[in-house]
Design a protein around this ligand. Structure first.
Ligand code: 13P
Length: 249
């Protein structure tokens, strides 16, 4: 499966910084044969769309409303994202689950809406440190995946991307071993395949959490790790490109 590397800029960026960062990314794309995307803050979608013109780097957002249109102050719809050329929307990132109170049900609604609206949702799942230490990783991640599978039609399963991001690995410099991550990815793959064998085998399952050039290769060679969702390292063009190169082999 062709690998997918996605940068999640989170709440970082400025007009000047974006110009420099995407300029750097643009100039280093030769020899990269994986799929590449950046998920940028809403206000910069127009700017980044134009900075990425005529490149193969795809644009995405970091969230999307579960509603189609109407009186939802502060929310952003699938149609608006499509207006700016977005193909992806991250849904259910742990930072939104934690700071914006997004439940499994809200996340499932957003995934459904993103698909209905023509976007590819990048569904984020992952356990806290406490849950990991209690040996509950598979249960927690399994519940997060099942909450979404419950609302999808069989044919919709192939339209999602999943990102396994252990919360204790995000921004901490700590990571599971590639083998530990692969165990969770394989469990996610099983859930997807048991729902729809053909579609489930085609879903890309990304690893996220302190992925950087020095550790990416180990993750990317695992059978069920189909790419990465990159936070901090996506803010440096050289690091982002280095990970993309490793995913291009
Ligand atoms: P870091 O790569 O900074 O750990 O962030 C991972 C992440 O949360 C991507 O969505």
């Amino acid at each position: 499966m062709r690998k997918l590397i996605v940068g999640n800029w989170k709440m970082n960026g400025s007009l000047a910084m974006n110009t420099e960062l995407l300029g750097g990314v643009r100039s280093g794309l030769s020899g990269i044969s994986c799929d590449l995307a950046v998920c940028v803050p809403f206000p910069y979608l127009a700017q980044c769309q134009s900075l990425l013109e005529e490149t193969a780097v795809v644009l995405g957002a970091q969230d999307v409303s579960s509603h189609a249109v109407g009186a939802y102050t502060g929310q952003v719809s699938t149609r608006m994202l499509l207006d700016f050329g977005c193909r992806y929307a991250i849904v259910g990132h742990s930072e939104r689950r934690e700071f914006c109170g997004e439940t499994d049900e809200v996340v499932a609604d957003k995934v459904q809406r993103a698909l209905a609206g023509g976007l590819t949702p990048i569904l984020c799942v992952g356990e806290t440190l406490e849950e990991k230490e209690d040996g509950r990783t598979q249960e927690i991640v399994g519940n997060q995946i099942n909450a979404v599978l419950k609302v999808l039609e069989d044919r919709e399963v192939s339209g999602i991307v999943v990102a396994y991001e252990p919360i204790w690995a995000i921004g901490t410099g700590k990571t599971p071993t590639p083998e530990m991550a692969e165990e969770v990815h394989a469990m996610i793959r099983n859930l997807l395949v048991s729902r729809n064998a053909e579609a489930g085998s085609r879903v890309r399952i990304l690893y996220g959490g302190s992925m950087k050039p020095s550790n990416a290769a180990g993750f990317l060679e695992m059978p069920d790790i189909d790419g990465g969702l990159i936070g901090g390292a996506a803010l440096k063009a050289q690091d982002f490109l280095a990970i993309a190169k490793l995913a291009s082999i």
